[in-house]
Design a protein around this ligand. Sequence first.
Ligand SMILES: NC(=O)c1ccc[n+]([C@@H]2O[C@H](COP(=O)([O-])OP(=O)(O)OC[C@H]3O[C@@H](n4cnc5c(N)ncnc54)[C@H](OP(=O)(O)O)[C@@H]3O)[C@@H](O)[C@H]2O)c1
Length: 304
Amino acid sequence: MSLALSAAVPVPLGDSGLVVGPIGWGMWRFAGTERPRARLLVETALEIGCTLFDTADVYGHDADGFGAAEQLLGAVLREVPSLRERMVLATKAGVRPPVPYDSSAEYLQRCCEDSLRRLGVERIDLFQIHRPDLLAHPAEVARALERLRGAGKIRAAGVSNYSAGQTETLTTHLAFPLASLQPELSALAIEALSDGVLDLALRRGLGVLAWSPLAGGRLGTTASAAAARERRVLAALDAVARRTERLRAAVACAWVMAHPARPVPLLGTQSPARIREAAQAFEVSMTRAEWYDILAAARGEPLP
Ligand SMILES: NC(=O)c1ccc[n+]([C@@H]2O[C@H](COP(=O)([O-])OP(=O)(O)OC[C@H]3O[C@@H](n4cnc5c(N)ncnc54)[C@H](OP(=O)(O)O)[C@@H]3O)[C@@H](O)[C@H]2O)c1
């Protein structure tokens, strides 16, 4: 039996009505790009079937300032307004430098309005809480999300970097179902497979957006200083890449996508050529044995 993937089968994000392509594109590294290239990146992502575009108000903070990545996407959308209809636009709020996290209702409301202004859109499709704010009561977070949705400013809500328990707790306070969660997930970051987050997604039918599917690039290139565990993961991915005659980065995405929760890997590359190469993930048909070999390498020990 093999784990085959299809570009043609879209992924629903919970009961929100949002449906996205099986691979998404992330804009953490987007700020600082010239506008013509930014437009090319967006168009290339759409070309390969990425319809989910994941940004955050804080992206670009280190380089060009808070809001820079949203501003750049907004500039692209103002230049080619028709792109907006082709994408599911996701952003995040609640990280507030230099204070790490703020999910107070007042702040989330302000963030959403600022994001709408920077992006130049009337509604955000998926508004995500970027990281859990341990000082914000989930009931307060829920009220803020309900108000934003009631005012038509967001279509759906999701969480990012929430534990399964934190997600469940927010869900119990929220008057509408959450659409998605966003854990780190790659062949080097496998916690979500066993910490209850993907189990919760399966139980509640939530969409899963997998951040850093190439572990921030460590699975794309081979660093000479890579640790033993990382080298074993790369070797296991390379074995599948050789057999299927596809690129290792595509195999790494295919590995993430093979889980039954149907995680949507958020590609982080800022290279149009590499975005196109990622579409090879749809041509990787992995056997169960190969998938579990990669997992065993990631665990650093044989499976029990
Ligand atoms: N929720 C959160 O807290 C959180 C945290 C981190 C990320 N994210 C989301 O996840 C997205 C992706 O994160 P990421 O940028 O770390 O993702 P990634 O896809 O794991 O890594 C992308 C990086 O890998 C490099 N790379 C090296 N070899 C590559 C290859 N063969 N193919 C493609 N890329 C290669 C890229 O460089 P080039 O650009 O030169 O190709 C880029 O710097 C973000 O944009 C964001 O939307 C969310």
